[in-house]
Design a protein around this ligand. Structure first.
Ligand code: FAD
Length: 301
């Protein structure tokens, strides 16, 4: 289903992010996770794309398998850095043929020594996807829905947050239907940024990115990948209490994420996107604690 339609639905959207595994065992484990998550009936699931080139083909394979073997609606991430326009065109054509409805359009991070490619920014990719749509190449009467990334706590490359908002607006003006945010642990930052988006004239639905902390090593890795994310003292204090007890760390992280979700749901957010790291336990626990058996029950229409 087109992402605009999903997010306009009566109940709140909830979605899960997966990454393509690098090993056979990883694929087995991922499909076990997916089987555990399927009963939660997410509005869609997204599949990451290796801007560095390492897992690009696997993104397509995972998306096709999700469509063929599950009831889930996959949204591939697509990064444009290092790609030619013809390559992007080919990827879109393959997704259209596979019946994919939506794409998360990203720039990605340039790799040292990597080719520049034909696209400087994600807004250029959004334009290319809309051109593909306009040419009727997705199929009769259908268009790719397009989501883009948003950064409530700022993107490290653009310290000027007013200019950064202009860049986000440019993606929406180029035809983005929705925004999915970088993970954050401080809801105040999200609420304030959402207001600033509104003031900037951004009217598309915004989906909040939530990552339950499940290990201290994972938290450290994320601090690198999601540079600029703030870690509230209250969360760090609770994690410090858990110390080296991995289960206690996961309980603290899941509890924190549950409270974030409760607040976001009450605040009328359009959707929540769970960075699952290919695991299901925390997400399932969050639903259980919030009293929802399925995504539609998180905030029924
Ligand atoms: P852009 O919107 O192009 O912005 C990138 C930077 O350029 C920003 O600092 C922006 O302010 C600046 N900028 C934009 N337009 C202009 C302009 N006209 N002039 C000057 N500066 C400009 N990475 C992956 O490799 N694979 C993934 O699967 C992936 N999934 C992600 C999913 C989500 C929800 C998020 C939030 C991020 C994801 N990323 C992924 C990371 C993302 O690719 C990087 O954070 C990247 O640096 C920014 O991508 P973007 O699409 O926001 O780029």
């Amino acid at each position: 289903m087109h992402v605009a339609q999903i997010l306009a639905g009566p109940s709140m959207s909830a979605s899960f992010e997966y990454f393509p595994p690098r090993t056979e065992a990883g694929w087995g484990a991922l499909f076990a996770t997916i089987a555990e998550c399927e009963p939660l009936a997410p509005s869609f699931v997204s599949v990451t794309y290796g801007a560095g080139g390492s897992t690009r083909a696997q993104t397509h394979d995972l998306v096709v398998r999700l469509r063929r073997d599950t009831s889930l609606d996959p949204m591939p991430h697509l990064t444009c850095v290092g790609h030619s326009a013809a390559e992007i065109d080919g990827i879109l054509a393959r997704y259209a043929e596979a019946g994919v409805s939506n794409v998360l359009a990203l720039r990605g991070d340039p790799q040292p020594g990597g080719a520049a490619g034909d696209f400087a920014h994600a807004a250029d990719l959004v334009t290319a996807i809309q051109r593909f749509n306009d040419a009727g190449r997705h199929g009769a009467g259908t268009r790719f829905g397009v989501a883009v990334a948003g950064f409530p706590e700022g993107h490290p490359q653009t310290p000027n947050t007013l200019v950064q908002m202009d860049h986000l607006k440019a993606k929406v003006d180029a035809g983005a239907d929705a925004i999915i945010t970088q993970l954050f642990f401080d809801n105040h930052a999200f609420h304030d940024w959402r207001e600033r988006c509104e003031l900037a004239g951004i009217r598309v639905p915004i989906v909040a990115g939530i990552m339950p902390v499940t290990s201290l090593s994972g938290l450290r890795r994320m601090a690198d990948l999601a540079a600029g994310t703030r870690y509230p003292a209250k969360l760090l204090r609770a994690l410090a209490r858990a110390g080296n007890d991995d289960e206690a760390v996961a309980r603290v992280g899941t509890h924190w994420a549950t409270e974030q979700c409760r607040d976001l749901i009450d605040a009328g957010v359009a959707g929540v996107h769970f960075y699952t790291l290919n695991k299901s336990a925390s997400t399932r626990k969050i639903y259980e604690t919030l009293g929802a058996r399925t995504s539609a029950q998180l905030r029924p229409g």
